[in-house]
Structures are given as structure tokens and as C-alpha cells.
Design a protein. Structure first.
Ligand code: URP
Ligand code: ZN
Ligand code: ZN
Length: 458
């Protein structure tokens, strides 16, 4: 048998074009793409009338993360199972360094869990909270050599002990630049947040709406601008994650147009919802940081998605169960921050393509090709000969309404409840192996492999 798998008669979508072709897989790699492949294969799939897409890369998730007085409710197994069922074939996790400890130990600890549990391929951005008298600066180079080429800093979460001060941030930006790495940043101003929170609690303003009002547009914009300032002046590459406000977005776009190497990520929740959701009775279920903003910011972000200024879409998947969200019924500061989303990422962006808001090529670029390129996943992000056979078959005509019973993660609710997608993934292949088939997970924990990434000259 010449091939392991042939997908016939589908329309292959790349970041730049779409065309009808057959695709053949051998030993987990794409080995041929051509108008007609007539040879034999162990398995032949007819994708007539369907789109054939590269698997999505969710480059922002927090699985089993200790946070908000609890642990995010998806394990590495359940989170990646959900990803598989939404067409995600590679996931990036954000393990957080405990102050005073080694990042290589953390990386190895997580790897040993992931290799048993992950249902899709995996990589990590390491969140650095402490330089350990400079030790971490050396360890970063070891991490890059081992294929972990990106690191995260939080400009917030001061009280939680996760915040990085400006001096550390600058040191990390410089170091990452030297070693072909990339710094990702969560940009919000912690002191402004604390000031507002104190004010609201004193006044008895405790509903989820005050989560938004304690972190409004200018709180994110100030930090975005500070982050942009450092990156621009140090000529260091920077990724601003979960971008959600217009003023910060515009500052970053100006810097990009001025030649700074700044990448921008946003998330489906900022494209779909505005701060109005915090006025809802179940508003606490939408509490995440940064919070959803007003319509002006939402429109600006959509525009940047459409005009190429946003580089990647990822989910910031960090779910908490309803009973945990309920801790904050009478005090928004007690609500664990984060939402489930890994299973909804590709369906959401492909629905946007199906309804003409963006092209299918742009959806592929944002959800697969760009994250692979920016984060150095050289084997991923594209349907091309030599790449990993991470493939999604997508039915443009299948309607799917999200409801928690149909989701494959562990969380007991979803902010996407009731959302109808026009078009839906019907199959997901991880390196040529079928892991999702018509609403059913058919893979296994442990199938996922570590993605060794290449350092980049940004
Ligand atoms: O609310 C969020 N986003 N929780 C996860 C941690 C983070 O800030 O990314
Ligand atoms: Zn964040
Ligand atoms: Zn996050």
C-alpha cells in the first residue's frame, strides 16, 4: 500500500488560496497533493463538497492551572479532547513559574503530564514571574534549545504574585531577542485595577459589571502602550495576547507600521461579546481578564482582524465550573477569571468566513498558519508536502448549535451556549490519525506529541 490515507475531491484551503485537489499521507506526513491521486491507500476519504483545512493551533490556553483560588477545570486530557473536537490539532499551554523555582523543572514536569494526557500535539509558553537572581536568563537559552521558544509576562496579577515589573520585563525582552525567542504579554495596569476595585467594594458595587468597570478600556490601553514602548525602543519582538481595546490596538498598529516587530492576538470572545454581557444575570460566567469592552473596541478589533493587523486568534481557554463562578455572586473579585473556548475557536472563525466577514484563507492564516510561523512550529500550520498531516474536514453546510451537552471539555457551562455556527468541522486528523468524527472524539489521551519549536529571527 503506497499511502496510509488519501483525502479525495476536497477543496484545500491555505492562507493564500483554495483549490480542488487530492491529498496523500504517509507516516504522519503529507506526501502528495495533486489534482488526482490514483494510487492505493489503507484508507480513502471522499471530501467532495467539503473544505480541507490545516488543523487549528490554539496558541493560548491555561489547562489545569492553579488560579483564582482553584484550578482551571480542564485537565490536559479534557482540554485537548475538546480541542480535537473543534479542529484544534496543536495546543499551547501557559505553565506558570512558582517564584524562586527553575523554569526547566517546570517544563519537564508539565511535559511528563502532557505526554500521558494530551490528545493533540502540544507546546508551552512559560510564564516567568521571577528571575531568580538572573538564573532564569540562562535557563531561557536552555529552554529555547529544547524547543520552548516563547515566554509570557503578566503586567497584572500583582496580588496573586504573578506580575512582572518593568525592569524584569525589559530584561526578558532583551534576552528573548538575543536567543531567537519571543515574549508574550498580558497588558493591564494592576494599580489602576486595585484602585478601582477598592473604590467599588467600599461603595457596595459588587456585581460582575464592576469587574468590567474596574478594568475598562484605559486600564488595558495604558499597559498596551507601555509594552509597545519597550518593544519599540529595544527593537525586541513582542506578542500582545488577548488584545481587547481600541486605544491600545491603535498604539500597537502605529508601532507595527513604524517597523516594530509587534504581533497581536485576539480571542473570539472579544469579537462576539461586548461589556454588556456583564449586565446579565449570569454575567459572572463571562468574567475574564481583560474583560470584554465596548462596541467601539469590538469594531476596531474586527477591523484589524479583517485588514491583517491582528496576527493570531487564540482562545485564552481557562474554564471554571459554575459553582466556582458562583463564589463571586456578591463580590466580583471572588470570581475566578477565565472562559472555556478551545472547542469553539475554529468553528467561530470559520463561521465568520462562511458568512463573508473574512475569507476562509484569512481564517486559516489567523488560526493556523500565523501561529505556526510566529511561534516556530515548522511542521505545522499548512497543508503542504512535508508538513505534519494535521487536517480538518469542514462541512460548510452543516449547522451546529452550541450546547454544553455537546461539548467535550469538562466545564459544566459555556458562554457560547445557544450560538449557531453555519458550517462545522466533521473530521479532525492528527498527523494522519482520525481523532474526531462527526461530533465524536475517537482519539486517545497520549496521542499528542511535544512540538519542538525553532528559534526565530523576527
Ligand atoms: O481571565 C483570564 N484570561 N484568565 C486566564 C489567565 C490570563 O490572564 O490569561
Ligand atoms: Zn492573560
Ligand atoms: Zn491567558
Amino acid at each position: 500500500m503506497k499511502y496510509d490515507l488519501i483525502i479525495k475531491n476536497g477543496t484545500i484551503v491555505t492562507a493564500t488560496n483554495s483549490y480542488k485537489a487530492d491529498l496523500a499521507v504517509k507516516d504522519e506526513k503529507i506526501v502528495a497533493i495533486s489534482e488526482k491521486i490514483e494510487e492505493d491507500a489503507k484508507k480513502i476519504v471522499d471530501a467532495e463538497g467539503k473544505l480541507v483545512l490545516p488543523g487549528a493551533i490554539d496558541s493560548h490556553t491555561h489547562l489545569a492551572m492553579p488560579f483564582g483560588g482553584t484550578v482551571s477545570s480542564d485537565t490536559y486530557e479534557s482540554g485537548t479532547r475538546g480541542g480535537a473536537c473543534g479542529g484544534v490539532t496543536t495546543v499551547f499551554d501557559y505553565p506558570v513559574q512558582r517564584k524562586g523555582t527553575s523554569i526547566m523543572e517546570l517544563i519537564n514536569e508539565k511535559k511528563s503530564i502532557l505526554e500521558k494526557e494530551a490528545c493533540i500535539d502540544y507546546a508551552s509558553h512559560v510564564c516567568i514571574t521571577d528571575l531568580n537572581n538572573g538564573e532564569i536568563i540562562d535557563e531561557m537559552e536552555t529552554a529555547v534549545k529544547e524547543g520552548i521558544t516563547s515566554f509570557k509576562v503578566f503586567m497584572v496579577y500583582k496580588k496573586e504574585g504573578m506580575m512582572t515589573d518593568d525592569a524584569t520585563f525589559v530584561k526578558l525582552l532583551k534576552r528573548a531577542k538575543e536567543i531567537g525567542g519571543l515574549i508574550n504579554v498580558h497588558a493591564e495596569n494592576p494599580d489602576l485595577i486595585d484602585l478601582k476595585v477598592e473604590e467599588f467594594l467600599k461603595e457596595g458595587k459588587t456585581s460582575a459589571w464592576y469587574h468590567y468597570l474596574s478594568r475598562p478600556e484605559f486600564v488595558e490601553a495604558e499597559a498596551d502602550k507601555r509594552a509597545v514602548h519597550w518593544a519599540k525602543n529595544l527593537q525586541a519582538p513582542l506578542m500582545i495576547v488577548h488584545m481587547a481595546d481600541k486605544e491600545g490596538l491603535n498604539a500597537a498598529i502605529d508601532a507595527k507600521l513604524d517597523g516594530a516587530t509587534i504581533f497581536l492576538e485576539t480571542c473570539p470572545q472579544y469579537l462576539e461579546f461586548t461589556s454588556d454581557v456583564y449586565k446579565r444575570e449570569d454575567g459572572r460566567n463571562f468574567v475574564c481578564s481583560p474583560p470584554m469592552k465596548g462596541k467601539e473596541s469590538q469594531d476596531a478589533i474586527w477591523q484589524a482582524v479583517q485588514n491583517g493587523m491582528i496576527d493570531t486568534i487564540a482562545t485564552d481557554h481557562c474554564p471554571f465550573q459554575s459553582y466556582e463562578k458562583d463564589w463571586g455572586k456578591d463580590d466580583f473579585t471572588k470570581i475566578p477569571n477565565g472562559l472555556a473556548g478551545i472547542e469553539n475557536l475554529y468553528p467561530y472563525m470559520l463561521d465568520a468566513a462562511n458568512s463573508g466577514k473574512i475569507t476562509f484563507e484569512r481564517a486559516v492564516e489567523l488560526c493556523s498558519t500565523n501561529p505556526a510561523r510566529i511561534y516556530g512550529c515548522t511542521q505545522k500550520g499548512e497543508l503542504a508536502v512535508g508538513k505534519d498531516a494535521d487536517i480538518v474536514i469542514y462541512d460548510k453546510d452543516k449547522e451546529f448549535t452550541v450546547t454544553i451537552d455537546k461539548m467535550h471539555t469538562k466545564c459544566d457551562h459555556t458562554v457560547w451556549e445557544g450560538k449557531t455556527f453555519k458550517g462545522y468541522p466533521v473530521q479532525t486528523y492528527l498527523r494522519g490519525n482520525l481523532i474526531y468524527d462527526n461530533e465524536e472524539f475517537v482519539g486517545k489521551p497520549g496521542m499528542g506529541k511535544f512540538v519542538k519549536r525553532e528559534p526565530q529571527k523576527y
